[in-house]
Design a protein around this ligand. Structure first.
Ligand SMILES: NC(=O)c1ccc[n+]([C@@H]2O[C@H](COP(=O)([O-])OP(=O)(O)OC[C@H]3O[C@@H](n4cnc5c(N)ncnc54)[C@H](O)[C@@H]3O)[C@@H](O)[C@H]2O)c1
Length: 169
């Protein structure tokens, strides 16, 4: 059980974040969550998680490069799972500057912290199918209780052309 590895999850108080944190902690990883708790329900997610497993929590906004850097420098993770984001297409249309500052510049802050403070660390980024636009040429089917692209059993290939339809994309 003792894995003795450390994972740092940005946006770790979100939907994917708490479930990932729970799974990693139960598998013996040390887990640190970095989140600004801006998402409604994030504190409740964190409370749920902390009742189940032991984790560290840093309340940091990824727009603050110095604070992000300091967490990376001190924690020295083996893996970073980057999930912190503004996640709504609609919000990105209403406030494209905030979307850019969090999703683009905030991600650059995370990458710079990695490059300068722990360059050997593995980096996993959660992207979105919104980078491929409307994807109208692909059929969607329901299989085993989940929606999937009819002919893409392994998901969307990275060679598919990008097609941005919103600031979020
Ligand atoms: N859930 C999905 O089905 C899905 C689908 C496609 C892509 N994604 C991507 O996966 C990632 C995580 O998605 P999710 O569904 O868990 O979202 P979520 O909104 O539940 O979690 C995002 C977390 O990021 C935090 N956050 C937001 N802005 C921040 C900032 N400036 N600094 C620090 N923390 C901040 C929020 O408080 C929240 O806890 C996102 O990049 C999202 O675009 C998710």
């Amino acid at each position: 059980m003792a894995v003795n590895k450390k994972i740092l999850i940005t946006g770790g108080a979100g939907f994917i974040g708490v479930n990932s944190a729970n799974a990693f902690a139960k598998s013996g990883w040390r887990v640190c969550i970095l989140d600004n708790l801006s998402r409604k329900g994030a504190q409740l997610n964190l409370d749920w998680l902390m009742e189940r497993v032991e984790i560290e929590f840093k309340q940091v906004d990824i727009r603050n490069a110095d604070e992000v850097s300091s967490v990376f420098k001190n924690y020295q993770p083996d893996v970073v799972l980057h999930l912190a984001a503004q996640v709504a297409v609609t919000t990105s249309v209403v406030n494209p500057r905030e979307d850019f500052e969090i999703n683009a510049a905030g991600t650059l802050n995370v990458l710079e912290a990695l490059r300068l403070e722990c360059p050997e660390t593995f980096f996993i980024n959660a992207s979105t199918n919104k980078v491929y636009g409307k994807m109208e040429d692909l059929g969607v089917v329901e299989r085993n209780g989940r929606y999937e692209y009819a002919d893409l059993m392994s998901g969307v290939s990275e060679i598919r052309s990008l097609d941005f339809h919103s600031p979020y994309g």
